[in-house]
Design a protein around this ligand. Structure first.
Ligand code: GUN
Length: 278
């Protein structure tokens, strides 16, 4: 069966919009984009549109590719102090002359709707999560829709990035699963995946995971989105062969992608509510 991310994300957005109608002030999200990378521009535009759809206040801030570290930090500082803004997101990757980590650490952790600040990473690691990285949290929402209990399940995460792999592994551990984290140096990856009740793949290599590696009845979550030479999109999983084995599988596109954005809205509403209650 297909885990329909597009449909689950839509339901989540509708639920958020219904909550926003009742609020005196609109939740506000600021998204900073440095430079003009076309893929990042698409992501940022999608985030901005999603904000408008649910009735958020949104600021899309485009900065030139040659912005200095000091200028970018002062922009973050301005947004930290801006009462209209509940969430701040700096689109990654940043140009190589900028120190992304220092920028992330400059964001007020209570406005860190990406969940990338070390304070929020630490809370997730301690199983006291507050603002949680959007893609892994969105995957947990998708897994919940299958009704399958994760306690004691063998979960394999392929990819160990700060944005997806590492927080994904922590989310699954917090759900009391048994978690294996693989990276590009993992030996005999196929044998690890053959053991997995749940596989989450985020590596950025089209169709790398083959259907005959998938255990019968497994759940397969494909975070990858790769543009093929013919212009079509493919995930990191060979969908056609994997769907023969999997009980549940996410498509690409319309799988994890829409969930990341809907979860960003959810996090912004969480940050808003916490600020209003203070
Ligand atoms: N680049 C790719 N994914 C993400 C994300 O979730 N947040 C930010 N800020 N940048 C990204």
């Amino acid at each position: 069966m297909i885990i329909d991310g597009k449909k689950i994300a839509k339901k989540l957005r509708i639920s958020i919009a219904e909550q926003v109608i009742k609020l005196d002030r609109k939740p506000g999200l600021a998204v900073i984009l440095v430079g003009d990378d076309p893929a990042s521009e698409v992501y940022v535009r999608n985030k901005d549109n999603a904000c408008k759809e649910v009735g958020f206040y949104s600021e899309k801030i485009n900065k030139p590719v040659d912005i200095t570290q000091t200028e970018l930090l002062s922009e973050v500082e301005r947004l930290n102090k801006d009462d209209k803004i509940d969430g701040i997101l700096v689109q990654l990757p940043l140009p190589s002359h900028l120190d992304a980590n220092q920028v992330i650490e400059a964001i007020n952790p209570n406005k860190d709707v990406d969940g990338f600040h070390s304070e929020n990473v630490g809370k997730l690691m301690q199983n006291k999560a507050y603002l949680r990285p959007c893609t892994p949290k969105g995957v947990m929402t998708m897994l919940a829709t299958t009704g399958i209990d994760l306690v004691g399940k063998n979960c394999v995460v392929v990819g160990a990035s700060n944005i997806v792999g590492r927080p994904m592994a922590m989310e699954l551990l917090n759900a009391q699963a048994t978690v294996t984290i693989c990276n590009s140096k993992t030996q005999d990856l196929s044998s690890k995946i053959k053991q997995a009740d749940v596989v989450v793949v985020a590596v950025g290599k089209p169709k790398m995971i083959k259907g005959d590696w998938i255990k019968d009845g497994a759940i397969v979550i494909d975070v990858g989105i790769n543009r093929l030479e013919d212009g079509s999109l493919s995930g990191d999983v060979d969908f056609d062969s994997a769907q023969e084995k999997a009980a549940w599988i996410t498509p690409v596109p319309d799988g994890v992608g829409p969930m990341t954005i809907a979860t960003l809205l959810e996090n912004t509403l969480t940050a808003y509510t916490a600020r209003e209650e203070k």
